[in-house]
Design a protein around this ligand. Structure first.
Ligand code: RIB
Length: 294
């Protein structure tokens, strides 16, 4: 099994269930509230750990109870949290997530300590990049850090997976050129391509693109020039889509780490994501390996 390093965000999620999403200027009474460990980076690390991966996480939390709870959650999934930075004077990242009756969400993130995942911290932990095989990145930490990690990982000959969430239009080509697997969803793809065909990302240097389309499955654009769809795995009932994309990416990384082909990895990841959407919350919804039957 190859080793995975996840470099990214950790957030405490404030999940608020609502009958419908608030419109601008509207007040909506919630029907429930809970605190759930989350953050795109942490969710991906947690998923990879729960699914049998050998995982280390680089990221930052505050010196507060939320930060401690997030590290404990990751450790319970077998993730090495020993290099996570505990920042003085900064709060742990928070995400405020209304979830409506159909399981759809919107997410507001207060970045907090995630903003402190800077290049000097990565340099201090360079040995983590050196000793892993796969580097998993998202965009909830400073972009310059993501670019630095990806370039360093490529120089070291590592496989780089980028989940481009939250999506942004200013991703530099020097980052795309380092990416072996890019995993946008439909909305993120539209932002990244800005009206151009998805092939534009391949011509910018990305080797393989895995586009997820929710209940419609998705499609692959591969380095050998293939453009092929993949089917969805049907969820029993959609309860909450939070962390579906994160768990897909974490699962895909584990499958690639154990030697699966990209098509096998995508099938495994789709199965995991179908379980996640049928459960509430971010890390609370992610299954263990023995719950997967593919
Ligand atoms: O992708 C879901 C995650 O996005 C949530 O857990 C929240 O923390 C935000 O980072």
């Amino acid at each position: 099994m190859k080793k995975i390093a996840v470099i990214g965000s950790l957030n405490m999620d404030y999940v608020i269930t609502v009958p419908s999403m608030p419109q601008v200027g509207e007040t909506v009474l919630s029907t429930g509230f809970s605190l759930v460990p989350g953050g795109k980076g942490a969710n991906q690390a947690y998923a990879a750990g729960r699914l049998g991966g050998q995982v280390v996480m680089l990221g930052a939390v505050g010196q507060d109870s939320a930060g401690d709870a997030l590290c404990q959650s990751l450790a319970s999934a077998g993730v090495d949290v020993s290099r996570i930075k505990h920042c003085e004077g900064l709060p742990t990242g928070s995400a405020f997530i209304p979830v409506d009756a159909e399981g759809n969400n919107s997410i507001l993130v207060a970045q907090g300590a995630n903003g402190a995942v800077d290049i000097s911290y990565i340099k201090e932990n360079r040995d983590v990049l050196e000793s892993c095989d796969i580097v998993l990145l998202q965009l909830e930490i400073p972009l310059e850090t993501v670019v630095f990690v990806a370039k360093t990982a490529k120089e070291l000959g590592k496989t780089v997976i980028l989940d481009p969430a939250p999506a942004r239009r200013d991703i530099p080509e020097e980052l795309y050129r380092c990416v072996d697997y890019l995993k946008p969803n439909e909305t993120e793809l539209a932002i990244l391509t800005d009206g151009r065909p998805a092939e534009y990302l391949r011509s910018s240097g990305v080797k393989n693109i895995v586009v997820t389309l929710g209940e419609k499955g998705g499609f692959l654009l591969t380095e050998d020039g293939q453009n092929e769809p993949f089917p969805a795995v049907e969820a029993v009932q959609v309860v909450d889509t939070t962390a579906a994309g994160d768990s897909f990416t974490g699962a895909m990384a584990v499958a690639l780490a154990r030697g699966d082909s990209l098509r096998q990895a995508v099938r495994f990841a789709s199965t995991v994501a179908a379980i996640v959407v049928a459960r509430k919350g971010a890390q609370t919804s992610i299954p263990s390996l023995d719950e997967i039957t593919t």
